[in-house]
Ligand binder design. Structure first.
Ligand SMILES: [Fe+2]
Length: 297
C-alpha cells in the first residue's frame, strides 16, 4: 500500500506507473469526440429511464484505498455489516434477493457487495446508506455491457450490450462500438452526485499483471474532477481530457463538484492499428512505461 512508486518525479511518468512513459494518455487527438455533445443528452435522458445502482461503498475493506483514506470519516459497508448484531443482520439480509440462504448466527462468514457472491440489492444499499451512514461514491452506476468477474473485464468473448441499454442508449452504444477496440469486455457509466467524491484508490495492485489494461474513459463535459496521485501524495494530476487512458495501478479519485458528473469507462483490447497509432509496439502492448513518450498534441 505504501510503495514508493516507479521512477522519480523527474522521469516521464512523474512518479506514476503511467502508460508507456506518461502519467496517462490524453486520447483527444486520436478519437473523433464531436458526437459527445449529442450523446450527453441521450445519456442523461437515458439514465432517467433505467435503474442505476450504487457502487464503491466497500473500497476501504477491499483494501484498495490510499492510507489517508483509511483514516477519513466515511463509513464503508464492509465495516458496517461486520458490526451488525444478529437482529440487525436479519433485517439487512431480509432485503437480499434470497434471505433464506443466510444464517444470522454465522453472519461473520458472509461477504457482501462488489466482487462477492452476494452483491447488494438496491434496497440493501439504500438501507446501509440511510440506517448505517454508509457512503457510496458512485450512486449512479449502470453497466451497458457487463463483465462476470473483475479479471475478465478485457475479454469480450460471449458478451454483448444489455438489451435495455441498446434500447435506451442506441446512439451511445453505436459510438462505443465504433471505438478502436477489437473486443470490449466491460462498459459502464460511473456517475457521482453533486458534492460526492471518489476516494483515492487503485483498481489493480502493482505487479498483479505486467501489462496495462486497455481502457478508454469518456467524459463528455470534461468536468468530472478525476485525478491521479502518487502513493505518498507528493504529486496530484487532474485529468481534464474528454477521453483518456490511465493505468489503474495508479491511485486515482474524483474531487467533489457542486453538480452531477459521470464518465463512461470501456475496458477491452485495442485494435492493432490503434496500438500502432498510440506508439505501442507489439512488445509494449500496454507495458509498464518502458516505451518512449508518446507524441501527443
Ligand atoms: Fe477506480
Amino acid at each position: 500500500m505504501n510503495d514508493p512508486g516507479p521512477g522519480g518525479l523527474s522521469d516521464g511518468r512523474q512518479g506514476f506507473h503511467g502508460v508507456c512513459g506518461r502519467p496517462f494518455v490524453d486520447l483527444e487527438p486520436y478519437l473523433d469526440l464531436s458526437p459527445l455533445e449529442a450523446l450527453h443528452e441521450e445519456i442523461c435522458w437515458g439514465l432517467c429511464h433505467v435503474e442505476p445502482e450504487y457502487t464503491g461503498g466497500g473500497l476501504k475493506t477491499m483494501g484498495v484505498c490510499a492510507e489517508p483514506v483509511m483514516a477519513d470519516p466515511y463509513i464503508d459497508y464492509g465495516d458496517a455489516i461486520a458490526a451488525l448484531d444478529e437482529e440487525g443482520f436479519r433485517r439487512f439480509v431480509s432485503l437480499a434477493e434470497n434471505p433464506r440462504i443466510f444464517d444470522a448466527r454465522k453472519r461473520q462468514v458472509y461477504r457482501f457487495g462488489d466482487e462477492t457472491h452476494n452483491p447488494l440489492t438496491p434496497a440493501q444499499a439504500r438501507y446501509l446508506k440511510l440506517r448505517h451512514g454508509v457512503y457510496f461514491p458512485w450512486k449512479v452506476a449502470y453497466h451497458l455491457l457487463e463483465n462476470d468477474r473483475w479479471e475478465d473485464k478485457h475479454q469480450g468473448a460471449g458478451k454483448s450490450f444489455r438489451e435495455e441499454a441498446l434500447r435506451v442508449f442506441p446512439r451511445t452504444i453505436a459510438y462505443l462500438r465504433a471505438l478502436p477496440f477489437q473486443e470490449i469486455g466491460r462498459c459502464l457509466i460511473f456517475g457521482l452526485e453533486a458534492h460526492d467524491h471518489a476516494p483515492l484508490h487503485r483498481d489493480t495492485e502493482p505487479g498483479a499483471t505486467d501489462t496495462v489494461g486497455h481502457t478508454i474513459t469518456l467524459c463528455p463535459l470534461a468536468d468530472k474532477g478525476f485525478y491521479l496521485s502518487t502513493p505518498g501524495l507528493e504529486r496530484r494530476l487532474e485529468v481534464r481530457a474528454r477521453a483518456y487512458w490511465f493505468n489503474d495501478m495508479d491511485y486515482h479519485g474524483v474531487e467533489p463538484r457542486p453538480w452531477f458528473r459521470y464518465s463512461i469507462r470501456v475496458d477491452g483490447v485495442f485494435q492493432a492499428d490503434f496500438q500502432r497509432r498510440l506508439g505501442l509496439g507489439p512488445p509494449c502492448a500496454g507495458g509498464l512505461g518502458q516505451q518512449p513518450p508518446l507524441r501527443v498534441r
